[in-house]
Design a protein around this ligand. Structure first.
Ligand code: 4AD
Ligand code: MG
Length: 463
């Protein structure tokens, strides 16, 4: 008998067809004439209702074993469902319990569990409605990301996870070493002797694939990466992870305006794709997680993003009739309270802030003619704040060398990056979209730890 995914049966199954499904029991109801078991195989939010007739062989033992969480294989015939809210159900002819569950100890009971509790059972939480919906949306968004870039002729490149250079210069690098930490080799001056470590020099987990993406853009024009990045940020917030996925396009022969256009098209494309691929999951988020999810999605699709310079943004914040925890004046970095005020309260839609002060941004961003600002841009969205950070890159060798020096970085570490400015340099630009922040934004999930299967954060690395 043909094995089918439950989503396919719920959407396209017709009465009298035979079908076989495999999945996990969500609930069981024992009635006098029949028993009902809801089975979920992860393909959809909705379960398939399986009807068990007492005529089935070993009916009593079978029903006893069909506890929440048990894995089953069911074959039978599809019948029209008399129950409300579902079109079709499966009348079982054979049921095999593959793996039983001790219902005394199974942590996922029928009741609603808090997300905090679910984080302590990350190995089981994907079997809940909410996490199931999150990871289906995550999958749909990943798929759409590749389609977006492939349709536009961008080359998908793979940048290294292990690196010797700090792209952002923010000192948030996690070290990678092969030393026995109880016996670290030292130089005569008692400094750590990295020449004897695995790579012969200090090595780290990458914070961004950008520098390598720039290398590849100088050969292929338009490229993108989609991979994990790591930051030892000690911020225990609902928007920071120590390991997160980032999408980084890089475009040669492109300036800041082109970069902003791509970022806006990209976000719109992703929203549209998720709404199309996961309508039931999105409806669920709208009903159960955040009532504004669908309206925000519509809003994104229908309206242009506002574009304001950093200087204008500061003026808007100074005019706001409220006091911020972090005072505002030209030159300060925007805090999440500022970003959210602009996106959520003032404009009620995404905005792109550009031309930030050079002193608060990374060394590689192109210096503007005013010498005070750089051609940087951040996309800020309601609820989240910064979701994308990008810039036009400094393509002039002399200016870049100066900026590396001023930023206190080691020029020798960047010799190959500087070479790009010596051999066929061209204006280019790109950005990084934090994938988990995107999934948060799309689904309305409050905590970033609930949109990645196995979150890594300070003191959090189980599973
Ligand atoms: O603004 P960021 O630091 O930009 C870069 O890394 C650039 N090199 C990207 C580029 O131009 N190619 O980070 C980009 C995005 C942020 O806007 C945010 O969405 C996300 O990455 N992000 C994080 N997401 C989760 N946890 C963290 N700790 C994050 N730090 C940044
Ligand atoms: Mg940033």
């Amino acid at each position: 008998m043909e094995q089918r995914r439950i989503i396919q049966i719920l959407r396209h199954g017709v009465p009298d067809e035979t079908a076989c499904v495999r999945g996990w029991v969500r609930t069981k109801r024992e009635l006098k004439q029949f028993s009902f078991v809801e089975v979920n195989d992860g393909s959809s939010l909705a379960n398939l209702q399986v009807v068990l007739d007492p005529e089935l062989p070993d009916y009593d033992t079978l029903v006893k074993c069909l506890n929440t969480g048990a894995s089953v294989e069911v074959s039978g015939t599809l019948v029209e469902s008399p129950a409300k809210g579902q079109r079709i159900e499966l009348k079982a002819t054979t049921v095999t319990v593959c793996g039983e569950v001790d219902s005394e100890t199974y942590p996922l009971q029928k009741k609603r569990h808090s997300f905090e509790f679910l984080r302590t059972i990350a190995h089981l939480r994907s079997r809940t409605n909410t996490l199931g919906a999150v990871f289906r949306v995550r999958n749909a968004a990943s798929d759409a990301i590749h389609r977006f870039f492939q349709e536009r002729g961008f080359l998908w490149i793979h940048t290294p996870i292990l690196t010797a250079s700090d792209c952002e210069g923010a000192g948030e690098l996690l070290s990678v070493t092969h030393f026995d930490l109880a016996d670290v080799p030292r130089t005569e001056a008692q400094a750590v002797d990295y020449s004897r470590d695995f790579f012969g020099k200090p090595a780290y987990l990458t914070v961004s694939g950008q520098l390598e993406a720039e290398v590849m853009a100088m050969a292929f024009g338009n490229v993108y990466t989609f991979g994990p990045t790591f930051r030892a940020e000690n911020s225990n917030t609902s928007r920071h992870l120590a390991e997160f996925w980032m999408i980084e396009p890089e475009m040669a022969f492109c300036d800041l305006a082109g970069d902003m256009d791509l970022a806006e098209d990209f976000l719109k494309y992703l929203f549209n794709a998720v709404l199309e691929a996961c309508p039931e999951d999105m409806e669920f988020f709208n009903q159960r997680i955040d009532k504004g999810v669908l309206e925000r999605a519509e809003n994104i699709l229908r309206h242009d993003f506002e574009r304001v310079s950093y200087t204008e943004a500061i003026e808007l914040l100074e005019k706001a009739d409220r006091t911020f925890e972090f005072p505002v004046e030209w030159g300060v970095d925007l805090q999440s309270e500022h970003e959210r005020y602009l996106a959520e309260e003032l404009l009620g839609k995404p905005l792109i802030v550009y031309n930030y002060p050079r002193n608060i941004k990374a060394f590689y961003m192109r210096l503007n003619d005013d010498e005070k600002t750089v051609a940087a841009m951040d996309v800020l969205v309601p609820k989240i704040g910064e979701i994308i950070g990008g810039s036009q890159r400094e393509e002039r060798l002399d200016v870049l060398e100066r900026r590396i020096r001023e930023s206190g970085l080691n020029r020798e570490d960047y010799w190959w990056y500087l070479d790009l400015r010596r051999y066929g340099s061209v204006s280019h630009a790109g950005f990084g979209l934090g994938f988990e922040r995107l999934v948060q934004f799309v689904t309305g999930m409050a905590n970033i730890r609930d949109v990645i299967p196995f979150p890594r954060a300070p003191l959090t690395i189980d599973f």
